[in-house]
Unconditional design. Structure first.
Length: 380
């Protein structure tokens, strides 16, 4: 298989990396991440104009990319810049709409691609421990309408979202894959309550409470009770995106660490000349290349029709970047010495982001178990 990027992808990567380097310096990013808004609406619009959002979707859905490698290219660049704008929500919600949405619902996808709508996935609930099928939020029929009740936790950029993709159980037990329905819920719908908080690694998250939310039949995305497959596909793209973002952050941490080893002197000598530190850095470089291979494998498999092949590749990538990301964070700080712990140094923020990515959409342990489980299915 040819893993070389197309000319269009190379041009996208070059323009995005250049834009982030020029317009998203660490000081700018730090100010945006700490703001009450949680991201920059101006930067978001510029991403839309550059075609960054459109690159995440197929041409048939109004974009001009949409493949696994398009997602990986975009999010690797975002990881290098520690970008906090809500592209993860865009790719997951947008993919679900593209896969199962009606013609009317696909107008929302066009608005997401154009930058006019902020979309957020409201799926995780307290106590779920990453299990995709564990949904307790209820969706009950009420005449020609739906009545939603429940709570969703850690919704990325939930305060600023215009629309939520909400998972709710319309039938079955709390852990059944069957019986999960998906709904597009406008943020201003009566009964939707959003409470925001700053995220530890920048930006903001929210708790979303659905208290007697009445929705028309047209709010249902796809078939009733059959939302799990759509959700799994959308979250799979999110897993790939996070894995690629982690890879970009690792590359940035590696570059900063190499530069420090080449310039910092101890006992009159550059510390990069010490053999023990050279060995540690060499080991780190090998680990990052292993992470890159895992991301490439996931990008190649994200659209595979065979569920076991697809999910094993995605879980392998997420488990790998969880382990390697933590290693890169720890070693980079260690090799920097005491200065590596200071908030004024961008490295500390890369380290924090690398650790937190592991806990989004399933941590290392969760994805190791998924990898094993789907492996058993493939051999049975």
């Amino acid at each position: 298989m040819n893993f070389e990027h197309t000319e269009d992808r190379r041009m996208l990567a070059d323009s995005l990396n250049r834009f982030i380097a020029e317009q998203y310096a660490f000081e700018t990013r730090d100010r945006i991440a700490k703001s009450a808004h949680g991201f920059s609406s101006e930067i978001w619009q510029q991403f839309a104009e550059l075609g960054v959002i459109g690159a995440l979707f197929l041409e048939a859905d109004g974009g001009f990319g949409g493949g696994g490698f398009d997602i990986a290219v975009v999010f690797e660049a975002l990881g290098r810049g520690l970008v906090v704008e809500p592209l993860l929500g865009a790719v997951m919600v947008g993919d679900a709409i593209a896969a199962a949405g009606s013609e009317a619902q696909k107008e929302t996808l066009a608005e997401i691609i154009g930058g006019g709508t902020i979309a957020a996935l409201a799926h995780d609930e307290p106590g779920t421990h990453y299990e995709l099928a564990h949904v307790q939020t209820r969706a009950d029929r009420s005449g020609d309408s739906w009545l939603l009740n429940g709570a969703k936790a850690v919704v990325l950029q939930g305060e600023q979202a215009n629309v939520f993709l909400v998972s709710a159980r319309s039938s079955g037990a709390p852990d059944d894959e069957a019986g999960i329905s998906l709904f597009l819920v406008p943020a201003k719908t009566e009964g939707v309550y959003v409470r925001g908080a700053p995220a530890i690694d920048g930006g903001r998250v929210a708790e979303v409470v659905l208290d007697g939310v009445t929705l028309p039949a047209a709010a249902l995305l796809g078939a009733e009770g059959q939302g799990h497959a759509v959700l799994e596909r959308a979250v799979g793209r999110g897993v790939l995106a996070l894995s690629a973002e982690s890879l970009g952050a690792m590359e940035a941490a590696k570059t900063a660490t190499l530069e420090y080893l080449r310039t910092r002197k101890q006992f009159g000598m550059l510390i990069g000349s010490f053999q023990a530190l050279q060995h540690r850095m060499a080991d780190l470089l090998l680990e990052i290349e292993q992470a890159r291979s895992a991301v490439i494998n996931a990008a190649a498999a994200v659209d595979d029709a065979d569920r076991a092949t697809r999910e094993r590749a995605l879980s392998a990538a997420k488990a790998s970047i969880g382990r390697i990301g933590a290693l890169v964070a720890e070693e980079s700080i260690q090799l920097h010495g005491g200065i590596g712990m200071t908030w004024e140094l961008p490295l500390a923020h890369y380290a924090k982001r690398l650790v937190m990515i592991d806990h989004q959409l399933g941590d290392e342990d969760h994805h190791l178990q998924r990898f094993i489980s789907f492996g058993r299915q493939a051999t049975s």
